[in-house]
Design a protein. Structure first.
Length: 269
């Protein structure tokens, strides 16, 4: 009969257009390697998931799950910009890590407590539990019991930020009544505010009045326009504004920001 699926763990992230998260390196402690050999299990690491197979010629799935084997996987983050686009309140990154497990209360079909990975899943990084390193990005503790699901998901949410557009060039700075409009008419931006950049330059910024979800394929279409109002037409200056660059983090407009919220900055020239 060959090998059959025992279970798989899929990594999901709503920032990406295909909802798949691939930037994780996986390590197996020696204890897990030994247990898998003992029970004839095979491990496959696909780009966005972990697959565990069993030898269907030697046993059946339900018999194997009576053994209550515990498998440990360590995940190491390979994307240096992960925290720029991910909604995870991990204030002590060096001192904490994520724990995913079916040994405790978890959301339906997930290996974390809520529907999305949250601060509830963080534990002190000094907890080793037989792992390889003292501080991986995350640890998966999977116990093979009769209620083991064939598929689990670990799902991360994209961060939502207030978007700040800075009018940097002289031409944009000279606009009489600049504003940003949403092609769908649902997102509003505040009136321009003048701020001082770190180099002393004074520029105008327009900030969204609500937090907008970051995405690899943006759901928003914003335009920079001049004029407009009850009795006049506006003139389109930039037909399609860029989305935030997740590789850049700046505090250029900190004086006008609400410090309780996150901001993304886009500089227009």
């Amino acid at each position: 009969m060959g090998f059959a699926l025992l279970t798989e763990i899929c990594f999901r992230h709503s920032y990406f257009a295909d909802n798949c998260f691939r930037d994780l390196r996986l390590l197996l402690p020696q204890q897990t390697v030994t247990e898998m050999r003992r029970y004839g299990l095979l491990f496959r690491r696909l780009p966005d998931r972990i697959v565990v197979l069993f030898n269907a010629a030697g046993t059946d799935r339900q018999t194997l799950l009576q053994e209550r084997i515990t498998l440990l996987f360590e995940l190491h983050l390979q994307d240096q910009y992960f925290y720029n686009y991910t909604a995870l309140q991990q204030t002590d990154v060096p001192g904490t890590m994520l724990l995913f497990s079916n040994q405790r209360e978890y959301a339906s079909g997930k290996l974390h407590r809520q529907a999305l990975v949250s601060a509830d899943d963080l534990i002190p990084a000094s907890t080793t539990d037989g792992g390889i390193s003292a501080r991986p990005f995350a640890r998966i503790v999977l116990t093979l019991t009769p209620d083991l699901l064939p598929v689990y998901e670990i799902s991360f949410a994209a961060k939502a930020t207030r978007w700040s557009y800075f009018l940097m060039s002289n031409d944009l700075a000279s606009l009489a009544k600049p504003s940003i409009v949403d092609a769908r008419g649902t997102i509003q931006f505040a009136a321009p505010q003048q701020i001082t950049l770190p180099d002393g330059k004074r520029v105008y910024t327009l900030i969204s009045e609500q937090a907008l979800t970051l995405s690899q394929r943006s759901a928003y279409t914003f335009q920079l326009v001049e004029g407009g109002g009850d009795s006049e037409q506006y003139r389109t200056i930039i037909q399609a504004l860029p989305s935030p660059d997740i590789t850049a983090v700046s505090g250029a407009g900190i004086a006008v920001y609400d410090r309780t919220q996150a901001y993304s900055e886009i500089f227009l020239y």
